[in-house]
Design a protein around this ligand. Structure first.
Ligand SMILES: [Zn+2]
Length: 221
């Protein structure tokens, strides 16, 4: 994989090293499991890029393009297992096709929208406060769904699902910093309660995964 962002954004060597030595492999393990849940995602050209933009935490665009922020990793001192929870969440958004759900909701909100092109609809989602507010209930439901998928993916890929509980507690302590990641991510209390249920459900999956001889990893090009 050629990482264009690498050329644009210089960053401390330690993060490049971690990214290329272990983080890409970690993401590949999650993606291999995501493909098990959504087989057509095997046809996506998955990519992962590192950015040192302080506004970037983690993001996965429709179609499997992941972006992760080195400053986000540093500011939260993310362990591998915590990063797996973060990336699992973002991959969850992608395989559940949440952007398409949101675009459909905008289209159906006003008959005039049915004649709009998709890029215009997506731009409206970003720029129109009334649309943003109307989508808020859907966004919050999607965040919970992404948490659930992410924790399950982490377990399937051999990362301890219970990490989600301590990690969300860590996020709650950072909420005052008002990072974009948290804007639509619902109350931390609710996240932790929902996470506890899916963690309990995912523990047997995790134990089966760690007893598997060789877990697959998506081969980034
Ligand atoms: Zn999210």
């Amino acid at each position: 994989m050629t990482c264009k962002i690498d050329k644009i954004c210089p960053r401390p060597a330690e993060f490049s090293l971690r990214f290329f030595k272990s983080d890409r492999l970690l993401a590949g393990r999650l993606i291999a499991q995501a493909i098990r849940l959504k087989p057509e995602a095997a046809d996506w050209k998955w990519e992962i890029h590192l950015s040192d933009d302080p506004q970037v935490d983690a993001y996965c665009m429709a179609g499997g393009k992941l972006l992760v922020g080195s400053r986000f990793i540093a500011s939260y001192h993310l362990s591998d297992e915590e990063l797996a929870i973060v990336l699992g969440h973002e991959i969850g958004h992608a395989i559940a096709e949440h952007i398409r759900e949101q675009a459909t909701a905008v289209l159906l909100r006003n008959p005039k929208n049915l004649h709009r092109k998709l890029p215009d609809v997506l731009a409206k989602m970003d720029s129109d406060l009334s649309v943003y507010l109307a989508l808020m209930p859907l966004s919050r439901a999607q965040e919970i769904e992404a948490d659930q998928i992410g924790i399950r993916l982490a377990a399937m890929a051999g990362f301890r699902p219970a990490t989600a509980i301590s990690f969300y507690r860590k996020l709650a302590r950072g909420e005052q910093a008002a990072r974009p990641l948290f804007d639509t991510h619902g109350s931390s209390d609710l996240r932790r309660r929902v996470a506890a249920a899916i963690v309990a459900d995912s523990n047997p999956v995790y134990h089966a995964a760690i007893n598997t001889a060789a877990l697959p990893s998506y081969p980034f090009r």
